[in-house]
Each structure stands twice: as C-alpha cells, then as structure tokens.
Design a protein. Structure first.
Length: 150
C-alpha cells in the first residue's frame, strides 16, 4: 500500500473515532473517541466514559483495548492499529505498550497531558506512531467542549 492509500485509510478510520468522540461529547464526557482496526475491520469502538462509569481509568483507549482483547480472545493486540482522536495520556500509552499495539494513529496532540511529555517510552519499542490525522477536526471538538464548560 502506498503512502497516499495509507493516509486515506487512516483518515477513514479517524472519522470513525470522531463519531465516537461526538458520542462522548453528547454525554458530557471529554470528547475523545477510539477505534481498533485489525485486518481492515473495526473490532472495537469506544469513547471516554469516566463520568458515566465514575472511573478515572475509563478513557477511550482503555475501553477500546479491553473490547478488542475480548473480541480477539487474548490480551495482545499485535495485529491491530488503534485510532484515537487525541494523543494518549501516559496511562493509556502504558496500556498500549503492554497490549503490544504496533501502530497508533492520533489526531490532536495534548501538550499538557500527552504521553510524549511524561512517558515518551511507554509504548511498545517497535510501535509506529502517526500523529496529526484530521488534527483540526479532533482539536476543534475538544475546544468546543471546553468552551462550553467555562
């Protein structure tokens, strides 16, 4: 697959993650969405549920990892790509590392709480990270959410 095809595929799946983020927004959750793709098929969809579940660990990535592992019947997601609308936090990056996710694609960076600032080595050592996919749309959803909170 050439770079242009991969970019188009990444955008297609990021749009699915944005749908999840929109669902979180409607529920009053911080609007972050994630999907896990394995073999060109979405095997897990999730969004932040920290308020709904009253659980600080219920981030979109954590929910997606659990759902994907359940779907695959094992704890390692070695053949999968995680798409998430915002850069994972250190907790989620650690979980992605433990799950051995080989490819992580995210939209907007998180300069305040992202893994790159606090835990740049948390992902699996061989993981490939693609950042900035549909960055503007991902960032705008966060801005709109927090503007409504202030």
């Amino acid at each position: 697959m050439d770079m242009n095809e991969q970019r188009l595929k990444d955008e297609q799946y990021m749009r699915k993650a944005l749908v999840e983020a929109g669902e979180a927004f409607r529920k009053g959750e911080i609007p972050i969405g994630a999907v896990v793709v394995c073999g060109d098929r979405i095997i897990a969809r999730a969004h932040n549920m920290t308020e709904t579940l009253c659980d600080v660990t219920a981030h979109a990535e954590m929910q997606a990892i659990t759902s994907a592992a359940d779907m695959l019947g094992g704890k390692y997601l070695t053949g999968c790509t995680l798409y998430v609308t915002v850069e994972p936090c250190p907790m989620c990056a650690g979980a992605l590392g433990w799950a051995q996710v080989p490819r992580i694609v995210y939209g907007a960076s998180d300069a305040k709480r992202g893994y790159k600032k606090y835990a740049p080595h948390a992902l699996h050592p061989k993981a490939v990270v693609v950042e900035g996919v549909l960055e503007e749309e991902c960032a705008q959803l966060m801005k709109d959410f927090f503007k409504g909170k202030r």
